[in-house]
Design a protein around this ligand. Sequence first.
Ligand code: NAD
Length: 432
Amino acid sequence: MEADQPGDMTHSQEPSMQNELNPWLAAETRFNKAARLLEMDEGLQKVLRTPSREITVYIPILLDDGRLEVFTGYRVQHSIVRGPGKGGIRFAPDVSIEEVRALASWMTWKCAVANIPFGGAKGGVICDPALLSQGELERITRRYTAEIIEFLGPEKDVPAPDIGTNERVMAWLMDTYSMHTRQTTTAVVTGKPLDLGGSRGRREATGRGCMIVALQALERFGLRPENTRVVVQGFGNVGGMAAMLLARAGFKIISVIEYDGAVYNSAGLDIEALMEHAKETGSVVDFPKAENMGRDEALFLECEVLLPAAKENVITSKTAPHLRCRIVCEGANGPTTAAADEILQNKDIFVIPDILANAGGVTVSYFEWVQNRQGFYWNEELVNTRLEEIMVNGFRDLMKYSGKHQVDNRTAAYMLALDRVAFATKLRGLYA
Ligand code: NAD
């Protein structure tokens, strides 16, 4: 790792720093704070914290070279109180039950903040997709699906892609489920190819959601897009799309930060040309219409909006003091550590927390599920209009909640989510 990488300032070996960087501890810290402020009953806290179901399966696969191997897979349904479980399936060598469990609860809170009728779930298989052939990946996906099949279904649990999985994997999952149930059931999974019931607008949805909430935040500051300087970290699906849509809306994207360097133009970068450049050269660096810059230097540029859309633990107790933005719009999951929350608050930086800011993706997944069940497909304009409605309502609900309880936005987001899930839990009552 190079010295100027923002992550460098966070990757200390001190035990306190290791704890700060542990996303599960961060989620726990925020849950505890929200529950305390809501004066939630201890027993109810226990119910909300504990997953509804955890499934471990062992997946025997015949590899291409003739060897037999057994892979381990998980599916955790954290909550199915507000609707079917919803959450991605991750194929990665470092998948663990602890990680899947924490990510499943994260999905519960995200769906609750966006107020879409899903609970939270997550799945994973310990494997390295880079070392597996397409045939091996297909066999793993099909056997994993078959092993957890009684727990899946449009009304039970609806997976989606995550790290190491994609549209192709979702198509295999849908086909396996459909073969077992003897009927084509597109609504069992989202993130499918368009020709198999995927939704228009899904690929852009997370970036578009970031743009919608950023525009809402600007209104509160009386800022106009043309006077708004934006720094985007991560030029992948979320960051690239958000940068393009923000630029089209008139924002000045003054810097884009990637893992190998950053580019800067005080007048605003030509994002479409930068995308072409990145596609051709594999990097944003050396873009002719900008100057190269170190990653930390770019992260700490004076700007109105900082949009971290790369990875977790970018804004930490070490980096937060150096930020010079007014708004942080969290495109990535977990870009800010719990210790940095307080620093941002003291610096009066307005945070649009990840569980709202990047909920555009799961919202359009919800639309995909609705369209599959209706058997009637929407045009992109309708998808985008409905996405805007949900994101704007989510933002307004959050503002109302943080005002009412006089808390920062992140705490308000967790309180709102816990409150909604707790309310539904009480309404349903305990089946015993
Ligand atoms: P992606 O792989 O398409 O893009 C991530 C980009 O960040 C890549 O271009 C990568 O090179 C870059 N990057 C990695 N490390 C970096 C670093 N240290 N500094 C600067 N750039 C770095 O992934 P994505 O789908 O855009 O996801 C990005 C984040 O958004 C993740 O945290 C993901 O969990 C979250 N997210 C994604 C979606 C979605 O719909 N894709 C939805 C919700 C949340």
